[in-house]
Design a protein around this ligand. Structure first.
Ligand code: KG4
Ligand code: ZN
Length: 360
């Protein structure tokens, strides 16, 4: 049995988890900073770093306690080293390095996006490769072809806002608070998407057919708000019918965009598994719509349970596990890399000589 301590601090959640053999959760602790950032309508990087510093010791201690182990019982520490807010990442990285140095334990650097993809190992059957993974969060909206474990090819990404960022910005405009995704998801359930017609077409970029863009949709919402003279909600005010309808209409447009790109990529790349991950993967309409599309495509769809969709340490430990088995180790000069990339595969290179995958 191998125990990995996963540490995550890339944005506004200080998280630690203990995972047994890569896929059994012994503990999964998340200290959310949402209340600290809410008055500002978004994450304030400096406040995030300070709060990570204040919380990380206790979060790790609780994760160990919940797992009923001592620090010395862990076999390795996996820590997010990017992408994310550099000051926030540094807290987790430095904390992990201190433990590694003091206890002479191996340390493994994990890409946050790879962590999100690994969040599906807990509640789903094993992934059949190649897989197509859509990571939709507050900072990212990308589709990766996962040819085999740890081999990623970026297929499409957002040209402007991430999907979660669009939810958060629209929620701010409508006075719905932060983070916007969960509130819009809830309000949309009682709204009528057809009642608030947004003039918006799904952007299609000829040379990059799987790329996303959400800035046009954001502008469409802004235009609609001005035309209808919609007033943002005051704190404590009940959501009006107009705001509920607009929430439903906006959410439907985001879901349509995400779904159309993923389905198009699935038809081109013939994956054996579809993966939906990242904070926006919590969205109920997105889950339901992709379930239907996956059914039509006859490709199994894997997504994490809600607690594992937003940032957590369990997914980081899970992503670190295959690296531990392979003997990959970070050195003590591991540092935060704010714009760390995930894609690392050249398909042509990989297919030279012996094509293993049927692509397009
Ligand atoms: O993965 P995550 O916790 O952090 C990043 O890595 O960015 O994702 C946070 C994002 C936020 O933008 C939040 O509004 C969005 O995920 N989100 C949702 C829902 N729950 C969280 N978006 C739409 N529907 C939801 N139910
Ligand atoms: Zn994330």
């Amino acid at each position: 049995m191998r125990l990995v301590l996963g540490i995550e601090s890339s944005c506004d959640e200080t998280a630690a988890a203990v995972i047994e053999d890569g896929c059994r959760i012994r503990s999964n602790l998340i200290a959310s900073q949402i209340d600290i950032h809410r008055p500002f309508g978004g994450v304030v990087p400096e406040l995030a770093s300070r709060q990570h510093l204040a919380s990380i010791g206790e979060v790790v201690s609780q994760a160990l306690r919940k797992a009923e182990i001592e620090l010395n019982d862990i076999d390795a520490i996996a820590v997010t080293y990017g992408p994310g807010l550099v000051g926030a990442l540094l807290v987790g990285v430095c904390y992990a390095k201190s433990i590694a140095y003091a206890l002479k334990k191996p340390i493994i650097g994990v890409n946050h996006l790879e962590g999100h993809i690994y969040s599906v190992v807990f509640d789903n059957p094993p992934i059949n490769y190649p897989a197509l993974a859509m990571v939709v969060s507050g900072g990212h909206t990308s589709i990766y072809l996962v040819l085999e474990p740890e081999h990623y090819k970026l297929i499409g990404h957002t040209r402007d806002d991430a999907a979660g960022e669009a939810f958060d910005k629209v929620a701010k405009l409508l006075g719905l608070g932060y983070p916007g995704g969960p509130v819009i998801d809830r309000l949309a359930k009682t709204g009528n998407a057809d009642a608030a017609k947004l003039t918006f077409t799904i952007p299609h970029i000829a040379e990059a057919p799987y790329d996303f863009s959400f800035s046009g949709l954001k502008t469409a919402v802004l235009r609609y708000v001005k035309e209808k003279n919609l007033q943002p909600l005051e704190p404590g005010q009940e959501p009006t019918e107009a705001i509920r309808d607009l929430s439903a209409s906006f959410q439907q447009a985001v879901v349509r965009t995400l779904t159309s790109k993923l389905v198009k990529a699935a038809k081109a790349f013939h994956p054996k598994t579809l993966i939906l991950a990242g904070g926006v993967a919590c969205n109920s309409l997105l889950r339901a719509t992709l379930e239907q599309e996956a059914e039509k495509l006859q490709i199994p769809l894997h997504y994490p349970s809600p607690i594992l969709t937003t940032d957590n340490g369990a997914m980081i430990a899970a992503a670190g596990y295959p690296k531990l088995l392979r003997g990959e180790r970070a050195k003590l000069d591991l540092t935060a890399t704010a714009s760390l990339k995930l894609h690392n595969v050249d398909i042509q290179e990989l297919q030279k000589g012996k094509p293993r995958y049927r692509l397009s």
